[in-house]
Design a protein around this ligand. Structure first.
Ligand SMILES: C[S@@+](CC[C@H](N)C(=O)[O-])C[C@H]1O[C@@H](n2cnc3c(N)ncnc32)[C@H](O)[C@@H]1O
Length: 263
């Protein structure tokens, strides 16, 4: 895998951490949101441009009346992957293992004033020159009507359930183990129906991360590792490196991938 020395260091310091080893309910959603998404960063802006262009282009091949079922896997305290799918879906599943993040997502959906106005900055990037997004007047209100928060693990996803999907910073950020990274990536894509478009984002060469008072594991991956994980399940795969170096220590940029589920 990419940066094997970094990965070995992460494992020798604390030992390998399987997804099951971690108490995900300790994930501090408010701290994560404040650090990552309280304002729109240039790296997220770049990811939005790539993903929104891709989904808008895919839409041209769908009948206008079709309202695909969408999933965002490991949604965490982030609503922007779901927003990138909003113009193209009838319902969006925000799928999340941690009870803290499910509570945060539910509060965003149910609070009287709607989701945090911060997300308007992210939406502003999506509507720039993209007619599919421009047709929506009140995206945060529409999101609250279309989205539902669902408890679940990426490793428990059933095949061929959804028509469009996103998974941002999950497969490589929930385990130190290469095999678990690969399985999470494959199970995400396999949860989609044949030809379904997807977008996935990854931290490159990550050595783990801190959220609030707790540290969480990561698997150090690069473009080749991602391509290998996707090779049996995806087609039309495009890998886009995204420059990023000031979010935190211990990573080497971001990678965003678009593609479609294989037959
Ligand atoms: C680094 S965060 C990414 C959150 C969000 N998608 C984003 O873009 O910022 C990793 C997320 O994966 C979730 N997670 C951990 N194990 C999981 C599993 N087995 N299945 C689904 N999600 C999981 C965590 O609770 C957390 O929300």
């Amino acid at each position: 895998m990419g940066n094997p020395a970094g990965a070995a260091q992460a494992e020798s310091a604390a030992g390998p951490r399987l997804n099951e080893d971690v108490d995900w309910d300790l994930f501090d959603s408010a701290a994560y949101f404040a650090h990552n998404y309280s304002t729109l960063r240039p790296d997220d802006g770049e990811i939005i441009r790539i993903v929104a262009d891709f989904f808008e282009q895919q839409k041209q091949q769908w009948p206008d009346t079709w309202r695909p079922k969408a999933i965002d896997v490991g949604a965490g305290a982030n609503l922007y992957p779901a927003l990138t799918m909003l113009p193209f879906t009838g319902e969006i599943t925000l799928y999340e293992r941690a009870s803290s993040n499910r509570a945060w997502l539910t509060e965003q959906m149910e609070q009287e004033d709607g989701p945090s106005p911060t997300w308007k900055q992210f939406w502003a990037e999506m509507i720039r020159g993209r007619s599919a997004y421009q047709t929506i007047n009140d995206p945060l209100n529409l999101l609250t009507r279309r989205a539902r928060v669902v408890k679940g693990s990426v490793y428990g996803l059933q095949p061929e359930q959804y028509d469009i999907g996103t998974m941002f910073f999950v497969a490589e950020s929930i385990t130190t183990r290469d095999d678990e990274f690969e399985r999470a990536t494959r199970m995400f894509v396999n949860s989609l129906r044949a030809h379904a478009p997807f977008a996935a984002a990854f931290m490159k060469n990550s050595s783990g991360y801190r959220v609030g008072e707790n540290t969480f594991p990561a698997c150090s991956v690069d473009e080749n590792d991602i391509l290998r994980a996707l090779s049996g399940v995806a087609r039309d795969v495009t890998i886009n490196p995204v420059e990023s170096n000031d979010l935190r220590d211990g990573y080497g940029g971001m990678i965003v991938v678009t593609g479609r589920k294989k037959m």
